[in-house]
Structures are given as C-alpha cells and as structure tokens.
Design a protein around this ligand. Structure first.
Ligand code: ADP
Ligand code: MG
Length: 327
C-alpha cells in the first residue's frame, strides 16, 4: 500500500504548498474558526497545522490516515453534489507516505486527545494518548525524505515559502470568518483576524492585495436564481498597477477557469487596452449539482453544466458595475 500511496502522492503532493493546501482544506472542512500554520525551511523541514475544528475520534484516527478513507462522501448522491473541499480520501495517506506525519486530535466528546504517527517504512500507525485541545494538529516533517527523486525537485526555501505565502493569501481571501496565522522559522509573518463586516473584509483584502487595489476596487454583488456573485473588481483607471490580483472562487474553492476569465475580459474589452487584464476578486456561488469540480486532482478547474448562463451572468454583473461607476 505504501508504494500505491507514494504513486498517488505524485498527483496530490508536488511541493510543501500542496501539503499545506490539503491540510488547511481539511481544517476548513472540520469547521475550524482558527487555523495556525507553522513552517520551517519553507515547509521542507516542517509543516505544522493546528486547528480548532471538530477533531477526529480515537477510533477513526487510523482510518483517517488510510487511503480512500473519507468521512465526506457517503453515497453516490454526495458525489453528485460535493460541498466539502476534500472528498477523495487520499491526501493524508499520500502525504504520510512521503514524510514523517504526526496527527493529533481531540473531539468535544473525548476527555483526552490521541495521536497517530506514521513514521517509518510501512504504513503501521502507532496510536497513543496526547494532551490536545478540541481540534487537530498535523505535523509533516522531512517531506520527501524517502523519495529522493522528488526531493530534488524542491526549490529554494524562499521559493517554496513564496508558494505557501501565496496559498495562504488565497485561503484567507476565501474564508473571511476564519482566523489564519502563518509562522516561518519562528517568526509570525501573517496574522489575519476574523473579518466579519464588509469594512473588516476590505481591510483584509488591502492587507493581502495592497492598498492600491482596495482604493481602486468596486464592490460587486448580484444574484440570479441559484447563482450568486460577489467580490471586488478594479476600476479601469486602476487596472494598470493592479492586474496581478486575480482571484476566483467557486463555492469557496480557488479556481482558474477559462470561461470566467473570458467573461471578465469581455467586460473590460472596450475599457482597457487588450494587453491589460483587470484585477479582480470574485466569488461565485452556484448549486453544487450544477458544477463538476473533479476535472483535475488538484481541483483547480471547474466545469459548469450551464456555462453560458454563468458566463453571461458574470459579464452582465460586471458591465453594470463598470457602467454605474463614475470615474
Ligand atoms: P478527504 O479530505 O478527501 O476526506 P483526507 O485524506 O484529506 O481525505 O482526510 C481523511 C479524513 O480525515 C477526512 O475525511 C476527515 O474525516 C479526517 N480529517 C483530516 N483532517 C482533519 C482535520 N483537520 N479535522 C478533522 N478531521 C480531519
Ligand atoms: Mg482532505
């Protein structure tokens, strides 16, 4: 099973940032309101994620670390309409096959925490009691220690950290209600407190994307049946300096999507020179049954069943916002 897991790991675990992504998505799925991320050496030496989510019960610990064990899909219907971020039940098994992984957790029903370690050659999991508040801590040490070929693909500490920093920004933009902190080599580098009001959210956006972006941003909000759109787009005058801010979320997931990008580009078509792409942060909510998210294992791509409708809704909303806006 370890080999199979290592092969699967190739799909899911490309670099430290992919580990952080899977672990933080698990924390979000667990309903955490606070997620602490700690790294050493760009995550290559250590990644530690602490959350205050629901935790994993002692009896479920071993299962959680084994392949295709997911608590998130219990029927085919669920697969049709996936709401939670993770659902393949592969991440933890894959990560543990290429690192030394320690998973500690406590549920509200338990009066003590339990810890599982998957260090070593086989998948044997050792479970022991541990002092732990309700929630989960996952430690991933020495990523790729047993897969030298993959370890060679790791870039410098600075580059790997850069990828994680960008990821944390994207996550912080998708879950304003969650407190995120990021520590690197013992220093706090990011600390985003829960942002509940629009003003607090705009402050978080400014901290993540720059003050200029926020100064030139137009807030958007629209609804059409099951489809909802919100976020910020840049006013055309501000586009030049801020075209690197391009964030798109579908049902809380970060996405890159041709159809969405096309709609945005079209909205600015007569307002910007064609080489400029306007900055945006866009949140799309759509009936989960209307969208396929499993196009790629990394889940960056999305396929809308009614692509045309989504495209035109975005275009219409942006056109309205740009039209109503007086320069
Ligand atoms: P998936 O997220 O696709 O279900 P994972 O391998 O990422 O698969 O996780 C396996 C299972 O472990 C999850 O379904 C969940 O039950 C449990 N789990 C993992 N991380 C956490 C966490 N931070 N808090 C609570 N449960 C967790
Ligand atoms: Mg997961």
């Amino acid at each position: 099973p370890r080999l199979a897991n290592q092969i699967a790991a190739g799909e899911v675990v490309e670099r430290p940032a992919s580990v952080v992504k899977e672990l933080v998505e698990n924390s979000l799925d667990a309903g955490a309101s606070k997620i602490e991320i700690e790294l050493e050496k760009g995550g290559t030496k250590l990644i530690r994620i602490r959350d205050n989510g629901c935790g994993v019960a002692k009896e479920e610990l071993q299962l959680a670390l084994s392949r295709h064990a997911t608590s998130k899909v219990t029927s085919l219907d669920d697969l049709e309409a996936i709401i939670s971020l993770g659902f393949r039940g592969e991440a933890l098994a894959s990560i543990s096959s290429v690192s030394r992984l320690t998973f500690s957790s406590c549920t509200a029903e338990q009066n003590e925490g339990w810890q599982a370690c998957t260090e070593g050659r086989d998948m044997a999991v050792k479970v022991q009691p541990v002092a732990h508040p309700v929630g989960t801590s996952v430690e991933v040490a020495d990523l790729f220690f047993n897969t030298p070929a993959r370890r060679r693909f790791l870039r410098s500490e600075k580059t790997e950290f850069g990828h994680i920093e960008e990821l944390v920004k994207r996550l912080a933009l998708s879950h304003f209600e969650v407190h995120f902190s990021l520590k690197h080599n013992g220093k706090v580098v990011k600390n985003f407190r829960p942002a509940l009001t629009l003003a607090q959210q705009e402050k978080r956006v400014a901290a993540i994307c720059s003050n200029q972006f926020m100064q030139h941003a137009l807030a958007i909000k629209a609804q059409h049946g099951d489809l909802a759109l919100s976020g910020w787009i840049i006013e055309p005058q501000g586009a030049r300096a801020q075209n690197d801010v391009q964030y798109c979320y579908v049902n809380g997931r970060m996405m890159r999507d041709k159809l969405i990008n096309h709609a945005i580009r079209q909205a600015y078509a007569d307002k910007l020179p064609s080489h400029l792409f306007a900055g945006f942060i866009i949140y799309i909510q759509v009936d989960p049954a209307e969208v396929d998210v499993n196009v790629h294992p990394a889940k960056h791509e999305v396929r809308f069943h009614q692509g045309r409708l989504v495209h035109d809704f975005i275009l219409q909303t942006l056109n309205d916002a740009l039209l109503n806006h007086e320069p």
